[in-house]
Design a protein around this ligand. Structure first.
Ligand SMILES: [Zn+2]
Length: 149
């Protein structure tokens, strides 16, 4: 396990579309473990692979309900609305108000390639949206309606 360097806003890798994960091997498991440790060290609630310089569709999330890993995630259902403050480990020190769906269901694979569905509400739904968007090269900044000082 290792702490990886977090890429920051302006780094071109954060604006690229990530590739589908096809090999659910030890290399992926190490990446996921490193991503989790890196996220925890920075006290983040989620981290996407491009944030550590890897253009693969892999995400880790922990909003205080335990570790979640989403490989090749796809949002298949969303409902409701929530508006709240959001930040990103790639944009340190910046917080902004972002409106997101309140309930989100994703379809994803686990670290061994097994498909599953998961529904999240509130902060978890927010993290699922935020992290999935990283995989398409999008930062939350585009969605901020008001920056918080
Ligand atoms: Zn982020």
């Amino acid at each position: 396990m290792a702490i990886r360097e977090i890429r920051k806003k302006g780094d071109e890798i954060l604006y690229k579309k990530c590739k589908e994960v096809k090999n659910f091997d030890n290399k992926l498991h190490i990446l996921l473990d490193d991503m989790y440790d890196t996220m925890k060290k920075q006290e983040g609630a989620g981290l996407a692979a491009p944030q550590v310089g890897i253009l693969k569709r892999a995400v880790v999330i922990d909003v205080g309900q335990g570790r979640i890993e989403l490989i090749n995630p796809e949002i298949i259902e969303e409902s409701g609305e929530q508006t709240g403050s959001e930040g990103c480990l790639s944009v340190p020190g910046v917080w902004g108000e972002v409106t997101r769906p309140n309930v989100v269901t994703v379809k994803a694979q686990d670290r061994n390639g097994k498909w599953f569905k998961m529904t999240g509400e509130g902060l978890l739904a927010r993290a699922m949206c935020h992290e999935t968007e990283h995989l398409d090269g999008k930062l939350f900044l585009d969605r901020v309606t008001k920056f918080i000082d």
